[in-house]
Ligand binder design. Structure first.
Ligand SMILES: *Cc1c(COP(=O)(O)O)cnc(C)c1O
Length: 412
């Protein structure tokens, strides 16, 4: 029988199908997850995994969180999409909630972190051109940073391996060393329109920003009239124990971008800013079809209202301390494998020793075999980003599986 004779809805699909019909931009794991609940996940063979990835810091309330499912289902039976010729109640509520919860006066909604950063960078360019003139167009960003994969955001990101072959790249973008105040002073001059930084670098190895460094960026932007953009796509929305990480530092950006956990897995992103900057993007100057559609806005509002509660955020801090303490003990027991743990809240990176350089993926694969999903951040850092609802028991279980996995690798 020809495979085309059966409907694809019921035809078996496997990991092999990925290699046959999808553009090979990813190298997904051998197992295919089919069902999730909280931090539990099951693959096509019914094997169980404890998920310490939350879809790369996305499913912060866990898989299929009943509160989010209920809100999405209710909205799915009410109104899906309108287009930007009409506004809708969920997006108005989400705009109110985000501006009341943060420094921002205004929100722009889109569908991904890259798009939120694209909007932020375009806003900074247009604002500087209008206020100071076309000479003020340079963008300063940090080495090892990650800001998305559109041509503009990938060029602003500080990892050249992601731009190789895509030249010519947009001009007037400079990269400086992260946490290097002198480099920032030298680079942020009067021709700079925007400085973009992750307060905690995620993809670049889970590297926390120094408070003095972020303050220096704030001061330099104030002196030169550059717009300070905090990319909180990964570290925001409660991940570090504050609603947004700028609050931990007490340093306020001019523009903040959020995505990933904002929708708990439903594609939605936001660029938050002030009245003055927002006025730059007048009618017709920017937009996207799906931005802030009723489904996305309903989910994001539900996620925000769940996370932005003092008890919820206090528990994230407590769980983060628990996970960090547990990993510090693990590292003390395996000094030949790991040197230290760094990060904030429930976004932690375990840095491997020189002897284990380049082997974070081996640890990740061994953990998966034993039923624990973890992330890497480059080849030298194991990254842990469980859902924010992680229990102490689940932290203990992850510790147990990691130890079994490392023991296996050490014996091999
Ligand atoms: C993931 C990420 C992005 C890109 O988000 P997408 O939704 O994949 O476009 C941008 N910035 C940071 C800090 C990220 O972690």
């Amino acid at each position: 029988m020809n495979a085309k004779d059966t409907t694809v809805t019921t035809r078996p699909v496997t990991r092999q199908t990925f290699d046959e019909v999808l553009v090979p931009t990813y190298a997904p794991a051998a197992m295919v997850p089919v069902r999730g609940s909280g931090l539990d996940l099951w693959d096509q063979n019914g094997k169980h995994y404890l998920d310490f990835t939350s879809g790369i810091a996305v499913n912060s309330l866990g898989h299929c969180n009943p509160i989010v499912v209920e809100a999405l289902t209710r909205q799915a039976n009410t109104l899906w999409h309108l287009g930007n010729g009409y506004t809708n109640e969920p997006v108005l509520r989400l705009g109110l909630a985000l501006t009341e919860a943060t420094f921002a006066d205004r929100a722009f909604f889109c569908n991904s972190g890259a798009e939120a950063n694209e909007a932020a960078l375009k806003l900074a360019r247009k604002y500087a051109h209008a206020k100071f003139g076309p000479h003020k167009s340079r963008i300063v960003s940090c080495l090892q940073s990650f800001h998305g994969r559109t041509l503009f955001t990938v060029s602003v990101g500080g990892q050249s391996k992601y731009t190789e072959g895509f030249e010519p790249l947009p001009p007037s973008i400079d990269h400086i060393a992260y946490n290097d105040i002198e480099a920032a002073r030298a680079s942020i001059t009067d021709d700079v329109c925007a400085v973009i930084v992750e307060p905690l670098q995620g993809e670049g190895g889970v590297v926390p920003g120094d408070k003095a460094y972020l303050q220096a960026l704030r001061d330099l932007c104030d002196q030169t009239g550059a717009v300070l953009i905090f990319d909180e796509v990964q570290c925001g929305m409660g991940r570090t124990g504050d609603l947004f990480h700028y609050m931990t530092y007490g340093i306020t950006p001019d523009v903040l971008t959020s995505a990933k956990a904002l929708g708990n897995g439903y594609p939605v992103a936001a660029m938050l800013t002030t009245h003055e900057l927002a006025a730059t993007l007048g009618v017709g100057s920017h937009g996207t079809t799906y931005g802030g559609n009723p489904l996305a806005a309903t989910v994001a509002l539900t996620v925000l209202e769940t996370i932005n509660q003092p008890e919820f955020l206090a528990r994230v801090k407590q769980a983060g301390d628990k996970l960090r303490g547990t990993m510090e003990k693990l590292i003390a027991d395996y000094p030949q494998v790991f040197t230290l743990v760094r990060g904030a809240g429930l976004l932690l990176g375990m840095v491997v020793t020189d002897a284990w350089k380049g082997r974070s993926k081996d640890i990740q694969k061994a953990a998966e075999v034993n039923g624990l999903m973890v992330l890497i951040a480059g080849m030298d850092v194991l990254r842990l980003a469980p859902a924010l609802i992680v229990s102490d028991e689940q932290i203990a279980e992850a510790d147990r599986i990691l130890r079994v996995s490392i023991d296996g690798l050490l014996k091999a």
